[in-house]
Unconditional design. Structure first.
Length: 256
């Protein structure tokens, strides 16, 4: 092996991101250490592009291979976008691919390099930020701003299709006294338990959110005033009948 080849292989394997070198006949020449570290696949596991796409992409194998074939008709770097791949262990990662031509080898085959950035953690963070933007951190119900957005949308729909809609404000009684007597952790515990009860009490078409503090708001599409009042009474009775154990204390709550 020539010294420049040794330097190339070393630089190739020192790359902090996954790299693959492959030819137009589907043969894979080199798999970088990062590629193997993240996916679990070595060159012995994926000697061809066909084998790699079968293992990593499953039912999307043909779609991905079509994109790889098109790569060899280009003479510039292509930013291929995001792809979900399956690793040898069965986990899924999200990679952002870029590929480009390297020229031809001694047999005249066109050679290309494919590089990936593992953006799995970034995508998870983005999804979590989306959830955090609309969810109340304590109860996991939708927060006030998302509640208002959904209410506006639901009222417009009710007006358009001419059906009744009801709103129920629910307030946890004597909540300040609970915090003062048992502590804020006990108060938070009761809010979480109340949120679970409310969430389990509504239909698929309904929604509930934390309006603020110990106040909750339930939205009941296609429900008239009388039915909403009856539902609210049953709900308050159900809440009052339950006991909740927090640490070594048995707590009760009522709502109105």
């Amino acid at each position: 092996m020539k010294s420049e080849d040794k330097y190339f292989i070393r630089a190739f394997n020192l790359a902090p991101f996954p790299v693959l070198i492959h030819s137009e006949d589907g043969t894979i020449q080199l798999v970088s250490e990062q590629w193997t570290k993240i996916t679990g696949y070595s060159l012995a596991d994926i000697p061809t592009i066909s084998k790699w796409t079968e293992l990593a992409y499953g039912t999307k194998k043909e779609e991905v291979e079509a994109g790889i074939e098109a790569l060899f008709k280009q003479d510039t770097v292509i930013h291929e976008g995001e792809f979900k791949i399956q690793t040898k262990s069965g986990d899924y990662r999200i990679w952002e691919f870029s590929s480009g031509p390297l020229g031809v080898d001694e047999t005249g085959r066109r050679i290309a390099i494919s590089m990936a950035m593992d953006i799995t953690d970034r995508k998870k963070l983005e999804e979590q930020l989306k959830v955090d933007a609309v969810r109340d951190n304590l109860t996991s119900l939708i927060n006030r701003s998302e509640l208002m957005r959904k209410i506006d949308k639901e009222f417009n729909r009710a007006y358009r299709y001419d059906y009744p809609i009801s709103l129920l404000f629910l307030d946890l009684d004597h909540f300040k006294q609970v915090n003062d007597t048992y502590g804020h952790l006990a108060g938070d515990f009761l809010l979480i338990e109340l949120a679970k009860i409310l969430k389990n009490s509504i239909r698929v078409s309904d929604f509930v959110g934390r309006y603020g503090g110990e106040e909750f708001l339930m939205v009941l599409p296609e429900t008239n005033k009388e039915d909403a009042i009856e539902f609210g009474k049953r709900l308050c009775t159900s809440i009052a009948s339950k006991s909740f154990v927090f640490e070594d204390m048995t707590l009760n709550m009522t709502a109105s």
